[in-house]
Design a protein around this ligand. Structure first.
Ligand SMILES: Nc1ncnc2c1ncn2[C@@H]1O[C@H](COP(=O)(O)OP(=O)(O)OP(=O)(O)O)[C@@H](O)[C@H]1O
Length: 235
């Protein structure tokens, strides 16, 4: 199993931001992680990438425990945070080289060229990150997330704020990456879920209220629209 989460919780004082959730995710599938604002999506994603320590419970990435085998676990996960904090003063290639060095990658120059091609950054690769449009910045964010070829990709609202053209391109890219990785993507756009996700988890107030395939959740709810199902489960 690429991701295995058991009774994972994060409490901020008395608030249970994430409340004993358990789930698994498999390779070659894209898991949509849905929930209203403040449901606990980003908090869960931060715990899955080792950025945030859980209050209790455990999470494994590629069979490595994130607490006790943190280095191995982190090698197997790539992360695109919600508001991608990129180094705007760095050039695209400079930044990707910098990230690659932190993973001590071999043949780094080749790998940087490879990911630039893979995410469609070719025409913009000689620019400073600060000069790029939001869509191209997201491509840099995706490039840094996949540079070490991780088995698991965690993408926190990767298409928010993109124009319709970039949106379609980035979705296609995520779909392509999902063919041989385990991708977890959070989004508020139900159309996006329909377009790219195989499986769905809906989280509400820190608890999982649905965990099914896209087809399964629709069948279980008399083929209602995903918007209606979402509202019913999270109202
Ligand atoms: N550092 C923190 N300190 C205190 N409370 C926090 C902290 N980070 C998150 N929270 C709270 O935990 C809850 C879950 O937040 P989280 O950011 O995980 O939600 P989310 O589902 O990602 O929301 P959104 O869709 O708005 O991004 C929220 O009530 C939030 O206010």
């Amino acid at each position: 199993m690429s991701i295995s989460v058991k009774n994972l919780s994060k409490h901020y004082d008395k608030q249970k931001a994430v409340d004993a959730i358990s789930f698994e995710a498999k390779p070659g599938r894209i898991l949509g992680f849905l929930g209203p604002n403040g449901a606990g999506k980003s908090t869960t994603m931060r715990m899955l990438t080792g950025y945030l320590e859980p209050t209790s419970g455990s999470a494994e990435i590629s069979n490595h425990n994130l607490l006790t085998q943190a280095i191995e676990a982190k090698k197997n996960v790539g992360y695109l945070p919600e508001n991608t904090p990129l180094y705007t003063d760095m050039y695209v290639k400079e930044f990707l080289n910098f990230v690659g060095q932190t993973y001590e990658l071999k043949n780094l120059a080749n790998r940087v060229d490879e990911v630039i091609k893979q995410v469609g950054l070719g025409p913009e690769q000689h620019k400073k990150i600060g000069m790029l449009s939001k869509g191209y910045r997201q491509r840099v964010g995706l490039a840094q997330a996949i540079i070490h070829n991780p088995e698991v990709l965690i993408l926190d609202e990767p298409t928010s704020g993109l124009d319709p053209n970039q949106l379609v391109d980035i979705r296609a890219l995520i779909k392509e990456l999902g063919k041989n990785k385990t991708v977890v993507i959070s989004t508020h756009i139900m159309q996006e879920v329909e377009a790219i996700c195989d499986d769905i988890i809906i989280i509400n107030k820190g608890k999982i209220v649905a965990n099914d395939t896209l087809d399964g959740i629709k069948k279980a709810n008399n083929q209602e629209s995903l918007e209606d199902i979402f509202r019913k489960l999270t109202a």
